[in-house]
Design a protein around this ligand. Sequence first.
Ligand code: UDP
Length: 323
Amino acid sequence: MILVVGGAGFIGSHVVKELVEKHQVVVLDNLSTGHRDAVDGRAVFVEGDLGNIDDLVMVFRSYPIRAVMHFAANSLVGESVVDPLKYYQNNVASTLTLLRVMNRFKVRNFIFSSTAATYGIPDADLIDETTPTRPINPYGHSKLMVEQILSDFSKAYGLQYVVLRYFNAAGAHDSALIGESHDPETHLIPIVLQQLLGKREKISVFGADYNTEDGTCIRDYIHVTDLANAHILALEALMIGKKKAEVYNLGNGLGYSVKQVIETCEKVTDLKANVEITDRRPGDPARLVASSQKILNELGWRAERNLEKIISDAWKWHCEQRY
Ligand code: UDP
């Protein structure tokens, strides 16, 4: 059985939906930001907290866990700056509790959600896994600390792991049954779609004076289903012993500016957005685009869904948002 911690969240719930096709799955989630309705009915659901060792021991005692996928984390850069304690507690200390219990129950396979924020403000135009990691906020630091812990645990205790560094996860499941639902919402694509649906008055573009072609920031948007598929490949590579300790970027190698994203949303929905240009958001690098060549070469994964597909699936979800 595969344990998915944080399986009720945006990315976790999409991974669970793919995972249940091939594996038995148990989801542990405290529903602090996740949604019970997002969890596929074929998975066992346990409401509990990663930081609570009793909850973890109960799950490991009750189910024959062979591998763990860990999505349960706080992930807002701005919040991490004003409340670093929350980030080091939930993202680092609780993960350590999980790893302690895995060790005790001799569960050796681990997939960890990491982030482009581990790179900080990189010099490289195309970021690969050899680009130096220099986080600029507690969120990025918290994820990189866990990456270091995993590397040390693999050498000392034989833990096998794959770290996946996501760029800008977006989109929704093709069925529109699950999708992105954060409160408050801070991400660009849902904000644009909410404005187009009349749920917000306007969209603020955070800075149009960056050193990019149209002056707005460039990001690498990746469909959540493509992300989910990468997790399945990484898990299978661990379980057959093909991989023992790896880090992969997950992006599509294509950058889109904030203006291009808004234009694509307008095109897909055939609606006109109400946009204002405001000051820059602190801590935003001008350009973050991934090279995912390594995972293509080693596991045969590539992003298959383009920006229009990301936005059209997100639009279907937002039109009938279920939770
Ligand atoms: N952004 C924006 N207005 C918003 C939300 C985001 O201009 O209301 C910009 C943000 O500055 C960044 C890009 O959109 O350049 C993507 O931001 P998001 O928060 O979606 O993801 P991040 O790159 O911060 O992980």
